[in-house]
Design a protein. Structure first.
Length: 294
């Protein structure tokens, strides 16, 4: 007989006679039945050692349980699979507060066309190409591309923006050295703002963002002339979020650069300049026009 069939027969007999399954397995010994299986005395309370008097907590197998998400047990509210990144400055930092106050006071100044306020920032961009040609999009179907890619190097974006005038300029460069920064400053002062008495420049304190970079790139006389037209305001360390240029870079990345770009010439579109002074390509022209209009 199959073991399952024997168990089912015993269980069926137990249900008909009102006896236990163990009674039938042991041959139906009345003494064994009377000694082991006493009748229930009705509803009774749980053991005092496992229930809190308030009836709000129980404990079993060494694990403490609560109901209704009680305040004294917060484990059920934790979400370790989720996180958010924050820029947390150092506590009790007088240097951070001093530079932050300087930036905020600079932003509060009234608009002055002779002394414009310019925010500047840099961003590296990784150049990637498709390992296989992507499938073009169709009605009701997005573009499909293979997850593999080919790395083509990197470049750097220099972004300048005048928040009060709604002006922005972005240029791609193959490097981000002191000379590259000095050339960007020279273009800012002599090409974009040649009539300005001086420029209030807000930027982070990267090691290339110094007046000495001008002297390493240009002759002393020209470097001095450029330096005298600069009024530099550095953001505090670990406080670059105070730089409005970071907002512009974020918008540019989301709207234009959030895709694979194979070369520096591919970083094209209205509103973003190229280091080689070439015309804009057509790859992201529509996205860049939207970025400029926004």
């Amino acid at each position: 007989m199959h073991p399952r069939a024997g168990r089912d027969a015993a269980l069926s007999s137990a249900r008909r006679t009102g006896t236990s399954l163990a009674y039938h397995r042991r041959g139906g010994n009345p003494d064994y039945r009377a000694g082991l299986f006493r009748a229930s005395k009705g509803v009774c309370s749980l053991d005092d050692s496992s229930v809190d008097p308030s009836g709000d907590r129980t404990e079993y197998f060494g694990i403490r349980r609560t109901r209704n998400h009680s305040d004294d047990f917060k484990k059920t509210r934790l979400k370790p699979h989720l996180k958010k990144q924050w820029c947390i400055p150092a506590k009790s930092s007088s240097e951070f507060v001093a530079r932050m106050e300087d930036i905020l006071e600079t932003y509060a100044l009234a608009y002055d066309p002779e002394i414009p306020l310019i925010c500047m920032d840099e961003q590296p961009v990784q150049l990637l190409d498709h390992s296989r040609p992507p499938q073009t999009m169709k009605p009701g179907q997005v573009q499909r591309e293979d997850y593999e890619y080919v790395r083509k190097g990197s470049c750097s974006l220099f972004l300048f923006t005048e928040p009060l005038a709604g002006w922005r300029h972005v240029q791609a460069s193959e490097r981000r050295t002191k000379s590259d920064w000095a050339l960007q400053i020279q273009e800012l002062l002599e090409v974009h703002y040649p009539e300005a008495k001086r420029v209030r420049l807000v930027m982070d304190n990267l090691n290339t963002h110094t007046i000495s970079s001008l002297y390493e790139t240009f002759a002393p006389g020209r470097a001095l002339a450029l330096a005298k037209r600069l009024e530099i305001h550095y953001t505090p360390k670990h406080g670059s979020w105070l730089n409005i240029a970071e907002i512009e870079l974020s918008a540019l990345t989301i709207q234009c650069l959030n895709r694979r770009i194979a070369s520096i010439d591919g970083i094209a579109g209205r509103g973003v300049g190229l280091g080689k002074r070439t015309q804009w390509g057509s790859e992201i022209r529509g996205l860049a026009i939207y970025y400029r209009a926004g």
